[in-house]
Design a protein around this ligand. Structure first.
Ligand code: NAD
Length: 496
């Protein structure tokens, strides 16, 4: 059986311990993945430190040329990488291609680094004195990423880190590790020097080794909130810079003036796309006033129409969940919701796909009359379950969203500009859609939630990414004319 190995200093490096990688559509083990610990992490950091010496001295144009070549390779290999992702994650190939496209946009942002990295210059701030500033890379930086976007989430990190002159150690999810190695191969083809991009596979041991390693200057983490808190605490206590993005519970509010068919179409796609395994998935629809009955009726019809099957089969809209544990967790949650008083309008439990009876499938579920006290509302289920909460007014809907501990994404469906403006100004959420269900910002903005969806204060990619992976210097310069005398005062210097 194939073992997916670490990638360090431009070559595959075997590991001794391994874990199973499943095909979620069949439920069968399809490969093994190496599990790294302190020794492998140290090997990777040593290679990255060596590579940093030359990479950080390379010119801006050399670095962006690699990004242009890498971007082209991502275009040419999109289908192949999409299939690799689908085979381990379970999402459809078309959906996987979508995540590659959105990740590639960060590479495009990095291609334009010459413009965004420019410093500023102030002439004659004092007599014969000028000031300018510039930013420099941090050194070796690490990324720890979740299973649900094995290409896109790492792409939020490494193009910006590398283009700004850092070297990178990626610790991808052990559940779908192959995309990371494929991307490493593309970087090598693009001309990236060995040691600049490295992959260490594994789970908690690898993460702990990264958090403890003194050679790593910064850690980017995306995953569940408890681990984001752990990573933030451990890494900052060791003096590292950290960005840590956590979990989510995203609400889509539907006002009575919205086009219900339009809203239901988009909410269905946002709730069940990628089997609900997106940090921006719509997991709660908040139906306001008269919108509720009509909305539930259309949502139920659409949920029943979702085509579920293996991700590589053309026409399939929703694949299996990532693991058997996830499948059981989601199906149990539907049962608990019913026991707590929710109405199960569409029940996705027990779905069997012919020829794939052992696959980790569950069908779309729709729960009505869900309240804030129920587990199905409080927990991030990370599966194809949409909960309907009914309220009377927009202000009540906003209060529901603001009382939720998460604040990643939210959407409002309405025909009213006034309502949309009030909504976006009042919600305690970082990314907001108006008649857009999954408002993932473009790469030249930054991505990040509020409250428990982001631990610390650093969103990811875009301008925040540049800031995160570099540190500033401010230079004050005087070039006196020959023989010019400038009085040196003992008082604190002021401009004159
Ligand atoms: P996870 O937190 O289980 O794992 C994320 C990473 O942490 C993986 O690399 C994993 O190996 C590592 N890890 C897991 N347990 C650990 C432990 N005890 N100690 C140290 N490291 C550990 O998340 P997941 O299940 O892979 O991904 C789903 C979660 O990620 C969801 O909560 C989802 O909302 C979140 N997510 C958030 C965003 C965002 O932008 N906010 C984006 C994608 C996913």
């Amino acid at each position: 059986m194939n073992t997916i190995q670490h990638w360090i200093d431009g070559s595959a490096v075997p590991g001794t311990d391994t874990a199973a990688v499943f095909d979620p559509a069949t439920g069968q083990e399809q490969a093994r993945v190496a599990l790294g610990g302190p020794e492998v992490v140290n090997t990777a950091v040593t290679a990255a430190e060596r590579a940093f010496e030359t990479w950080s001295e390379s010119s801006l144009s050399q670095r962006t040329q690699v990004m242009f070549a890498f971007r082209q390779l991502l275009v040419e290999h999109e289908e192949e990488l999409g299939r690799i992702i689908s085979a381990e994650h379970g999402k459809t190939v078309a959906d996987a291609r979508g995540e590659i496209t959105r990740g590639r946009e960060v590479v495009e942002f990095a291609c334009g680094l010459g413009d965004v990295l420019k410093g500023s210059f102030s002439d004659q701030v004092s007599r014969d004195v000028d000031v300018h500033n510039f930013r420099q890379p941090l050194g070796v930086v690490a990324g720890i990423t979740p299973f649900n976007f094995p290409a896109m989430v790492p792409l939020w990190m490494h193009p910006i880190a590398i283009a700004t002159g850092n070297t990178f150690v990626l610790k991808p999810s052990e559940r779908d590790p192959s995309a990371a190695n494929f991307v490493a191969g593309l970087y090598q083809k693009a001309g990236l020097p060995d040691g600049v991009f490295n992959v260490v596979h594994g789970g908690k041991d690898a993460v702990d080794a990264i958090l403890a390693h003194p050679g790593i200057a910064a850690v980017s983490f995306v995953g569940s909130t408890p681990i984001a808190k752990y990573v933030h605490e451990q890494a900052t206590s060791r003096g590292k810079r950290v960005q840590a993005l956590g979990g989510a519970k995203n609400h889509a509010v539907v006002l009575p003036d919205a086009d219900l068919e339009f809203a239901a179409n988009h909410i269905t796609a946002g709730a069940y796309g990628s089997a609900g395994e997106r940090c921006m998935a719509v997991s709660v629809a908040v139906a306001v006033g008269d919108a509720a009955d009509g909305l539930v009726e259309v949502l139920a019809r659409k949920a029943r129409e979702v085509k579920v099957g293996p991700g590589h089969v053309p026409g399939v809209e929703m694949g299996p969940l990532i693991t058997k544990v996830a499948q059981e967790r989601v199906e149990n949650a539907v049962g608990i919701a019913a026991a707590q008083g929710a109405t199960v309008v569409v029940d996705g439990r027990g779905l069997k796909i012919e020829g794939h009876e052992e696959g980790f499938f569950t069908g779309p579920s729709l729960l009505d009359h869900v309240t804030a006290e129920m587990d199905a509302y409080r927990d991030e289920l990370f599966g194809p379950v949409l909960a309907i909460v009914r309220v009377d007014t927009l202000d009540e809907a906003i209060a529901v969203i603001n009382a939720n501990p998460y604040g990643n994404g939210t959407a409002l469906f309405t025909a009213s500009g006034e309502a949309a403006r009030r909504f976006q100004r009042k919600v305690t959420v970082g990314m907001i859609g108006v008649n857009v269900p999954v408002p993932v910002p473009m790469s030249y903005y930054s991505f990040g939630g509020w409250k428990d969806s982001l631990v610390g204060d650093s969103p990811i990619h875009g301008p925040e990414g540049i800031r995160f992976y570099t540190r500033p210097k401010v230079v004050t310069t005087r070039w006196p004319r020959p023989a010019q005398q400038v009085a040196a005062g003992f008082n604190f210097p002021t401009s004159s």
